[in-house]
Design a protein. Structure first.
Length: 153
């Protein structure tokens, strides 16, 4: 078991509040010192109350699923003797009503593209197996209700 920490900080900074027109931008601070600007999604709360340049929680969830899958994929590829030169993923998430009628991320699709080098490269079956094992091991995918689909490119 391990614990993972994030500190979220928002300040009103003198803005009106009860009119619901306050800025949603805030900071995410992580234990290693990284600071990420967060905000509500402009599709949920219009600009200028949302900051379109910031990361919204929906994007962060999709990125977390993609990153987790990639990290396990790389580990399994290395253990299998494959050399990965590049891994990129154009992941997407769908926000909609779930079976309970609640708004949630109902699906995440990963579209990884992997470039290998070296003498030993995975065939289609080995590549599918690497993605399958990465998906099964991914802590984040195992933690969410949304279905996660992997569509290698």
């Amino acid at each position: 078991m391990s614990e993972h920490l994030a500190t979220i900080e928002w300040r009103r900074d003198g803005q009106a509040f009860s009119d619901n027109k306050y800025a949603r931008a805030h900071d995410w601070r992580f234990d290693g010192g990284a600071v990420v600007r967060g905000s509500s999604a402009p599709s949920s709360v219009p600009v200028p109350m949302s900051d379109p340049a910031a990361v919204d929680p929906e994007e962060a969830l999709v990125a977390a699923v993609s990153s987790c899958h990639m990290l396990f994929f790389l580990a399994f590829a290395a253990r299998g003797g494959f050399v990965v030169d590049r891994y990129s993923d154009e992941a997407s998430g769908v926000l909609g009503r779930d079976e309970r009628g609640r708004m949630s991320i109902t699906a995440v699709t990963l579209r990884p593209e992997v470039v290998f080098s070296g003498e030993t490269r995975p065939d289609a079956a080995a590549l599918d197996d690497l993605h399958h094992r990465a998906h099964e091991a991914c802590y984040i995918a195992n933690s969410i209700r949304a279905g996660v689909t992997v569509e290698p490119r």
